[in-house]
Design a protein around this ligand. Structure first.
Ligand code: GUN
Length: 284
């Protein structure tokens, strides 16, 4: 079997196009133009690329983009004061604090200081709690974007055995929850898992979010499985690869996401989707 490509670029572009239409319609109807504030602290090169893509997507769909590029030495109190201002700024419907933050900063305190109605990353405790309890809230972008991608395959996710490799706060753990809530039987694998190949080979659906190139071998993939690769790793030669051995996995899978052009684009599009959702749900 050769896998079909789950084309995150195309699906993300289609989502952004639909959002652009909804923004134009709401502005024409006299409603506010959605605004996203993106805070970048320091000069981490990968973060600078992600932030550039987020700001670009904002402008493409007709949002207002409020850009804050702050020096790495910015004090906690200053960041808190900026979040407080953005929380009450009526032009701002979403606040994104790009991670990682410099080590002197208490990232958890800052994330939880963002008004949950403007926490478009879905990272604060209130929104993660809302996800667990199936209550109304903003959902973490990468897992939500993966669920959108999965809706573009020819298989319903309900009833599948999903194996999620990686249990990070913002990706792996909420990913397992999303799949559980969608009716999968879910297994989370992590650094203490004894037989990773054994678990992966039982999966109808494998989602990998670790950040280690080639961690998941193609030969582990059950024939016909769906493979979602969230890893983005830059190799010494400058190329980007995921956490899954793509070529070998694509020989066995039914569907597979490429890196780049898979989940990364969906994360950005979902952030934009969450910002429009925040404006419509909480501020109209
Ligand atoms: N750093 C890497 N990915 C992300 C993301 O999706 N959101 C934020 N805030 N920081 C990140």
């Amino acid at each position: 079997m050769t896998a079909r490509i789950l084309d995150g670029k195309r699906i993300a572009d289609e989502l952004l196009e639909r959002i652009k239409g909804r923004v134009a319609a709401r502005v024409a109807a006299g409603k506010s133009r959605p605004g996203l504030a993106v805070m970048l602290v320091g000069s981490d090169p990968a973060s600078a690329v992600y932030v550039k893509n987020k700001r670009k997507a904002c402008k493409e769909v007709g949002f207002r983009s409020f850009d804050y590029d702050l020096p790495a030495e910015t004090a906690q109190a200053e960041l808190e004061a900026l979040i407080d201002r953005l929380n009450t700024d009526q032009r701002v419907h979403g606040i994104l604090l790009q991670l990682p933050l410099p080590p002197h900063v208490d990232a958890t305190a800052l994330i939880n200081r963002i008004d949950p109605r403007k926490d478009v990353d879905g990272f604060n405790a209130a929104n993660v709690g809302a996800l667990v309890l199936r209550q109304r809230g903003l959902r973490p972008c990468t897992p939500k974007g993966v669920m959108t991608l999965l809706a573009h395959t020819d298989r319903p996710v309900r009833g599948q055995h999903a194996v999620v490799v990686g249990v990070s706060n913002h990706v792996g753990r909420p990913m397992a929850l999303e799949l559980l809530l969608a009716g999968c039987t879910t297994t989370s694998c992590h650094k203490f898992t004894r037989d990773l190949p054994g678990f992966v080979s039982q999966a109808d659906l494998v989602v990998v979010a670790v950040g280690r190139p080639g961690l998941v071998k193609g030969e582990w993939i059950k024939p016909g499985a769906i493979v979602i690769d969230i890893g983005i790793n830059r190799l010494d030669d400058g190329s980007l690869v995921g956490d899954v051995e793509f070529d070998a996995a694509a020989q066995r899978a039914s569907w597979i996401t490429p890196v780049p052009g898979g989940v990364g684009r969906m994360t950005v599009a979902t952030l934009i989707e969450n910002t429009l959702e925040a404006a419509e749900t909480f501020f109209d």
